[in-house]
Design a protein around this ligand. Structure first.
Ligand SMILES: Nc1ncnc2c1ncn2[C@@H]1O[C@H](COP(=O)(O)OP(=O)(O)OP(=O)(O)O)[C@@H](O)[C@H]1O
Length: 278
């Protein structure tokens, strides 16, 4: 699309090369992946953080944009507490201690992180836009966007503001999970964002005595999702007390299930057609 006539409302995503009238694409940013779900509490933020860690472990530079403005949890999970600061290049986000993962979240801007964010839709939308446009995400290979649950205002703003390279849907093994995936499929189709795959979280518990996988929330729907939607499932994460503890302590970077992390990162890379060296 030519520079004239390209603005954020009219931008033709498939043809826009990031011209100056449009801020959907950012120079010096590799791929942008949204992590979402039609359902709350399934572990979107945890999977966003784990995906960031998994990609960082492969040597990529990674950032997380916490688009869950009213329920931000990424800084807490990642143990990031420093405030962002202004510079001529834009807002500089703080980073995690082990893998230097940049984090931008409303919680880092509040003087008291326990204060509720009670903002209406248009303000939330403008904050998300600022997190994308005004933050110096330069030289970041991957930005993971942690979406709030559902298909309302905020996820829509993300999809309209940012030229996403892919969407990862997080689900859990309850009956609703297939519907959650179907909704994500329909939404991403409507918004012309490629659906990369699904992650089933809290899929099972490993018995500490015999090592058997116990499906506490009912049988997994992974096969059904793969067959019905021809969608790859890029991870089946257990309900894991260790993961919950690490999240509570801001130490998600220390999650040690390398097999799962590797498979998640590799699955995303394959779906995006990215080689391991960027
Ligand atoms: N696989 C898991 N094993 C154990 N605990 C988990 C797992 N996944 C998530 N949790 C825990 O469940 C809680 C909710 O997780 P998380 O914040 O990632 O969910 P969410 O989908 O982002 O929530 P919301 O819908 O409120 O944004 C957190 O305390 C997290 O540590």
């Amino acid at each position: 699309m030519s520079e004239q006539g390209c603005n954020e409302m009219s931008c033709g995503k498939s043809s826009c090369e990031g011209c100056s009238g449009c801020s959907k694409k950012k120079k010096d940013v590799g791929k942008v992946i949204a992590v979402g779900s039609g359902k709350g509490g399934v572990g979107k933020s945890s999977i966003s953080c784990l995906l960031a860690v998994a990609l960082a472990k492969k040597g990529f530079s990674v950032g997380i944009l916490d688009a869950d403005i009213t329920g931000p949890s990424v800084p807490k999970l990642m143990g990031v507490t420093d405030s962002p600061y202004g510079s001529p290049q834009g807002i500089i986000p703080p980073a995690s201690s082990i893998f230097d993962i940049k984090v931008m979240s409303v919680n880092l801007l509040l003087d008291d992180p326990t204060k509720p964010v009670v903002w209406r839709g248009p303000i939330i939308a403008s904050v998300i836009k600022q997190f994308w446009e005004d933050v110096a995400w330069d030289k970041t290979d991957f930005i993971i966007v942690d979406l709030p649950p559902g298909t309302a205002d905020a996820p829509l703003t993300v999809m309209q503001t940012i030229d996403l390279d892919g969407f990862l849907v997080v689900t859990s093994p309850q009956e609703l999970s297939v519907m959650v995936v179907e909704k994500a499929l329909n939404m991403t189709k409507m918004m012309e964002v490629p659906l990369l795959g699904a992650v089933e979280n809290m899929s099972y518990v490993t018995c500490p005595d015999c090592g058997k996988a116990i499906e506490v929330f009912g049988p997994s729907h992974v096969k059904e999702i793969e067959e019905k939607f021809s969608l790859p499932v890029l991870g089946k994460f257990p309900l894991d007390l260790e993961l919950s503890h690490l999240g509570d302590q801001g130490r998600m970077e220390e999650y040690k299930n390398e097999e799962l992390l590797n498979a998640l990162a590799d699955g995303v890379l394959v779906q995006l057609g990215v080689g391991v060296e960027v």
